[in-house]
Design a protein around this ligand. Structure first.
Ligand SMILES: NC(=O)C[C@H]([NH3+])C(=O)NS(=O)(=O)OC[C@H]1O[C@@H](n2cnc3c(N)ncnc32)[C@H](O)[C@@H]1O
Ligand SMILES: [Mg+2]
Length: 430
């Protein structure tokens, strides 16, 4: 790698030092006999200035270089309060790695155009900020999971059964048989607990969702945990401790980036255990009292969740959903057979569901009955049913949508901005 100093590492205390920078031309302007180039790299920006007096060759090349050209610039550090970062580099050398005559992304670019050229949109410092926050959230998750004794496992993506309903499966031809892209690693994590007890995975999950909402992708990154011996209340505690650590650690390491997206950090600062817990029944009461037309037994969609989140200033749980609106694998509530031991975690500020979790049915007969009730073919789940024949244990788990968490933390107006190359019903390119 070439010897270079990162833009953000050039400080006033380095005044008079010679530095070598490598990056891309972010902004450029000519004022009188000076050319100002704001150079961008992964750390940030710095102003460089070229004058004929200092070096005529460099000045001439600086005049010619286009926006987003890749360049290497050398010069001397000078403190200047007028510069964006309080320092600038008085440049006497510029090597143009590749000149860009015209960079297609302009200030007035539409959202659709930005997505059409997403491969170029990744030049944007704003996009880089989003990806840094996403990476730090996962860094924090890994830190917490390691210290709390969870084993990372690597489940298959090519599968033969639905987890979250057949209507959102992506089917593919697998040699001479049908297969699907995984909707969730859950069933495989449930197998892994018999050897490892507490497991987690980060995998792409695929949902052929036709709903074009601001919180649905057809491919998203899914952080899932599964634990033996834990019931619903245990796993909810795991969820709030993990999410709290992820948010607080990211606030600590990426506050600068987060503040570029949201002014009010209060909901993030409030993200500490224990989170509020309301039952599905209470949620329905709240919504009805707020004038939302919803009856007991109906599912809450994005709109209903948005209204519900108005009651909270931090993430919260809704637990005890009706059985008929939830997945086949969820354990019935012995105290109320109409319900299952499921809980969703909702983010405040209108963002809604970021986690779906539940205690799993660990009884063979009951699980088989649920599979048949749902009209599913037990043959596709023979291996999964086996888990209830050979040392079955109470167990629970959940799945967190990483992009949904990022969208809330940064208050993005659509989940698609939280992923490198968004996949939606109308987009699979680039
Ligand atoms: N291991 C488990 O228990 C996970 C469980 N099988 C599961 O997939 N639950 S979920 O369908 O609610 O999805 C989990 C989360 O996955 C996210 N999710 C779910 N669907 C999407 C789409 N379409 N786009 C983006 N994010 C999505 C959202 O945050 C959900 O709360
Ligand atoms: Mg869900």
């Amino acid at each position: 790698m070439i010897e270079k100093v990162y833009c953000a590492d050039v400080k006033p205390k380095m005044e008079g030092e010679r530095v070598r920078l490598a990056g891309w031309v972010y902004r450029k302007r000519e004022v009188g006999k000076k050319v100002f180039i704001v150079l961008r790299d992964s750390s940030g920006i710095i102003q460089t200035v070229f004058t004929k007096e200092l070096n005529e060759e460099a000045y001439t090349k600086a005049k010619q270089v286009g926006i987003e050209s890749s360049v290497i610039i050398e010069g001397t550090v000078k403190v200047d309060p007028r510069a964006p970062t309080g320092v600038e580099v008085q440049a006497d050398k510029i090597e143009i790695i590749q000149n860009v005559e015209f960079f297609p992304i302009t200030k007035d670019a539409s959202e659709e155009f930005l997505l059409d050229v997403r491969h170029l949109h990744l030049h944007s410092p704003k996009v880089a900020d989003i990806m840094k926050v996403k990476a730090t959230l996962m860094q924090a998750a890994r830190e917490w999971l390691l210290q709390d004794g969870w084993y990372e496992v690597f489940p298959p993506i090519l599968v033969t059964g639905a987890v979250e309903g057949g209507s959102t499966l992506f089917k593919l031809k697998y040699f001479d048989r049908e297969a699907y892209l995984s909707q969730s690693a859950q069933l495989y994590l449930e197998a892994a607990i018999f050897g490892l007890e507490k497991v987690w995975s980060l995998t792409p999950s695929f949902r052929a969702e036709k709903s074009r909402t601001r919180r649905h992708l057809t491919e998203y990154w899914h952080l899932e945990l599964e634990a033996a011996w834990m019931d619903l209340w245990d796993i909810m505690k795991v969820e709030e401790e993990l999410v709290s650590y992820m948010v607080q650690r990211t606030l600590e390491l990426r506050r600068k980036e987060i503040e570029r997206f949201r002014e009010d950090l209060t909901p993030l600062k409030n993200t500490e255990p224990p989170f509020p817990r309301i039952s599905y029944d209470e949620a329905i009461d709240i919504l009805q009292n707020k004038g939302v037309k919803i009856e007991w037994g109906e599912d809450m969609g994005a709109d209903e969740e948005r209204v519900l989140t108005e009651e909270f200033d931090r993430p919260f749980f809704v637990y005890g959903y009706p059985k008929h609106i939830k997945a086949f694998y969820m354990k019935e509530d012995a105290e109320d057979p109409r319900k299952v031991l499921a809980a969703d975690m909702l983010a405040p500020e209108g963002y809604g569901e970021i986690i779906g979790g539940s205690q799993r049915e660990d009884n063979y007969e009951k699980l088989l009955q649920r599979i048949l009730e749902e009209g599913m073919d037990p043959k596709n789940y023979e291996w999964y049913l086996d888990l209830r024949k050979y040392g079955s244990v109470p167990h629970s788990g959940f799945g967190l949508g990483l992009e949904r968490l990022v969208a809330w933390v940064l208050k993005l107006d659509h989940i698609k901005w939280a992923t490198l190359f968004p996949r939606t019903p109308s987009r699979i390119y680039p």
